[in-house]
Every structure is written in structure tokens, then in C-alpha cells.
Design a protein around this ligand. Structure first.
Ligand SMILES: [Zn+2]
Length: 151
């Protein structure tokens, strides 16, 4: 084990690879820089390789349903502001396409709910509707949050 650890600063704070990042790594959902950083970290760290094996076993047991889908997609979710801009079609082409892909191809439940909420606010800004939508959105988000934290 080399004591010298090459700092991969450009990749951001990758020293502590999270479970989410390991899942995303296995899902091939990281960009090239992140992918390289995770691979480097795996080469350097036996404990991390152990965690990766653990994550792989969990996935083999079928723990890759909603929770894993959520983890994977959450990493690349646009912000609510970006979704609002998407609705107004004021993003550049690349971003517009990315969010379109995220919503329609990936079908991220969080962002679809978020987008519907935004659309409703734009269309009918009645306070009652808003409150109802907001409750719906919060309960969806809460459900997904539980799914993510749950095991
Ligand atoms: Zn999303």
C-alpha cells in the first residue's frame, strides 16, 4: 500500500468516497473525472475495496430497487431553479437536453414531481391549490427520502 496518496483535487472532495458514490460508480453514473477519482481511491484503499464488495453484495441481494434508483438519480438531479428555467426554456441547449433526458428517459420521480409542482404554480397560482400541491410534493419527497435512508 503506497503511503503517498495522489491528491485529486479537481474531482472535488473525493477523499471520503460515500456509499452513494460507490453505487453511482457501479451504475456507471459518474462523469469521467469522478470515475477516475473513485478508481484511484479504490486502488489506494483496501477498506474502500471492502466497502465496494459490501455494496455489490447488497445489490446482488436485490437492494437496488427504488432506493438505489433514487441514489443514482439524485446525484444528477437539476435544482428547482434549473427546473423552473427548463419550463421557461431559457437554458442553453445542452442543459435543456440534459433535463429533458433526466425527466423523460430516466424518469426521476423526484424531479417529475418537482416539475409538476412548478407547472401547477405557473398555471394556477390559487393559494389552496398551491397548498395542496405543496403537501403532495412534500409527502412524495418524504417518501423517497425514507426509501433512500431505509437500509
Ligand atoms: Zn431528479
Amino acid at each position: 500500500m503506497g503511503g503517498f496518496r495522489d491528491p485529486i483535487r479537481k474531482a472535488g472532495a473525493m477523499k471520503n468516497i460515500t456509499r452513494e458514490q460507490l453505487h453511482a460508480y457501479l451504475d456507471d453514473a459518474l462523469n469521467e473525472t469522478e470515475m477516475a477519482a473513485v478508481e484511484q481511491a479504490l486502488r489506494d484503499s483496501e477498506p474502500l475495496r471492502g466497502r465496494l464488495r459490501q455494496v455489490m453484495q447488497e445489490r446482488d441481494r436485490g437492494d437496488h430497487s427504488l432506493g438505489a434508483v433514487w441514489r443514482r438519480e439524485r446525484l444528477s438531479c437539476p435544482t428547482r431553479e434549473q427546473l423552473g428555467s427548463y419550463l421557461l426554456q431559457v437554458l442553453d441547449d445542452g442543459q435543456q437536453e440534459y433535463i429533458e433526458f433526466h425527466l423523460t428517459t430516466v424518469g426521476c420521480p423526484f424531479c417529475v414531481a418537482n416539475l409538476q409542482d412548478l407547472q401547477t404554480l405557473q398555471r394556477e397560482p390559487g393559494p389552496q391549490t398551491r397548498a395542496r400541491r405543496r403537501r403532495y410534493f412534500e409527502s412524495s419527497a418524504g417518501f423517497l427520502h425514507i426509501a433512500r435512508e431505509g437500509k
